[in-house]
Design a protein around this ligand. Sequence first.
Ligand code: BTN
Length: 312
Amino acid sequence: MKTRDKIYTLLAESDGIISGEAISGELGISRVSVWKHIRGLVDAGIPVAASARGYELAVDEDHLTPLAFGARKNLIHVHREIPSTMDAAAELARAGCPDFTVVVTERQTRGRGRMARVWASDAGGLYFTIVVRPELPIDRAHLVNLAAAVEINGLLRSSYAVDAWLKWPNDILVDGRKICGCLSQMEIEGGVIGFLCIGIGLNVNNDPSRGEPNAVSLKDILGHSVPRSRILTEFIDRFETRLAAIDSEQLIRDWKANNNTIGRRVSVATTKHTREGTAVDIDEQGGLVLEREDGSRDTVIYGDCFYDTFDR
Ligand code: BTN
């Protein structure tokens, strides 16, 4: 980690003002060097307030700092810039971090999406990975991904009155434009789920349409910015409640009630081939059931889903 990032982490994890002396002692650098790095943070847009007593992150409603997460603050690892929250979270998980540990960052330099795509991660978006250790058999791990997407969709609808819809497998669309994507990674230990890392990229106060014309942010939709820590807190609460008493039938019902894939003609591209048909259902494994013109059915378990037409 660069010294500037280490200083940012110290500021983000401190409960208030931290003196230049404490930072210089902690990192083994001079106080002049601390001051230069603080200048670098300010130049990079991080609101650091300096006073005779030291430095602290200035209050900014949208600023991500562990303090914004109340009782959960010890489980939230905030970064200014890292390659990908997926890797940082997997590392913590392998080291035995508790359930519902979260890695969140202002920016990612190597954010990744499904099917080995790049996930553009400019400032203002919400990029995080949550580590969970569900007591579920491996063949039910997909329920955790469904739960994450259902809860993000639910919070966009209930807290922000956004007309959000799930698109198979785990995208969230508003007016046909992507506002959120989910990625998951599982590690198995001794034949059971060791941990799952669920990565979420939600366009909140960023402008995703610059790189991806078919993407939209919450700020574009609402006309004002929204504090990302509030969204993240609400998501963790909802997700934790859902996983505490996971009911697969209810979850699949909730997914179906909030999706706009079923009933539509689609093409699903995997790395090997493309399948076409009408999406008629999702099965208990979360696979998409396609019906061909001759009435035969096929289930796809992964891939990129494209709608032939978009009308909702
Ligand atoms: C997709 O729709 O392709 C999934 C996108 C997932 C992006 C998130 S951003 C936080 C986490 N870190 C990553 O590198 N990717 C996920």
